[in-house]
Design a protein around this ligand. Sequence first.
Ligand code: PGA
Length: 314
Amino acid sequence: MHLTLRQLKVFETVARHLNYTRAARELFLTQPAVSMQVRQLEEALGVPLFEQLGKRIHLTEAGREALTYARAIHLQLDELETVLNHLKGLSGGRLRLSVASTANYFIPALLGEYSRRYPQVTISLEVTNRETLLRQLAENTVDLVIMGQPPDGLDVEAHAFMENRLVIVATPNHPLAREKRIPLTRLQDTVFLVREPGSGTRSAMERFFSEHGVRIKTGMEAGSNEAIKQGVQAGLGLGLLSRATIDQELTLKRLVVLDIRDLPIIRHWYVVHRRGKRLSAAAQAFKIFILKETHTATRDMQRSQGKSAKSRRH
Ligand code: PGA
């Protein structure tokens, strides 16, 4: 079958207008040129596509079939063009991502998968605390930010993609380690190790205790989750941390999560950018990727656990 995409395009236009003159006008062709293209297509297919009844032309049955396929072929070509443009935009592209220090416990695994999918993209990852993330968003120096709780007072687009549970951890030999359903009041005047000012975990912790009217004692202040975990293991006090940061310590039985009523604090992770920002193809692809991947993972997790948690935002 020797036909051309051009012939299909001309045929589709004539079929839409059921009029050669109007089709010719739309295609910037002469009317004889349009008729010739249609005739050549009819010859290639071996069937008439139009019939003349009085002054008007109509599609034949074969013409209606051919129209369905001509449209499908053009849709496929449009789709191919979109996909190729996307790929071209991604090759040599760069993703500038800034994440809260706590998010860095799960982001590298996601970046690994993203990078396998889009190997042409160069990734630059900065790991910092919430305060710096807010400044980077305000100064527009980053494509995407991963943070807990989107900023107030800044026009951003923020999509929640995963739960972030904050729990209280202690050493396995701590007196509270074996107790169940511990009331929060038992923590009154207990020493806690706290993250640095500017940390999202720290502000969520402060809000939580003040809302529940519990006063804690601040022990060591540390600039990272790792330092808090080390301090707790060394017996310097309790720690309130994201559950995402303590997988290894729980497996190795170096830390335990205390069973406290009103906990965990349930927050969420958000992928955030300034509203109206023209995201690069690489950044756009990452945003779609993270929303889709984590949605699937969360759904699978909930299915296997058969339950969903009570929600408490901080
Ligand atoms: P961070 O985490 O404590 O590492 O700043 C951010 C957040 O939980 O909001």
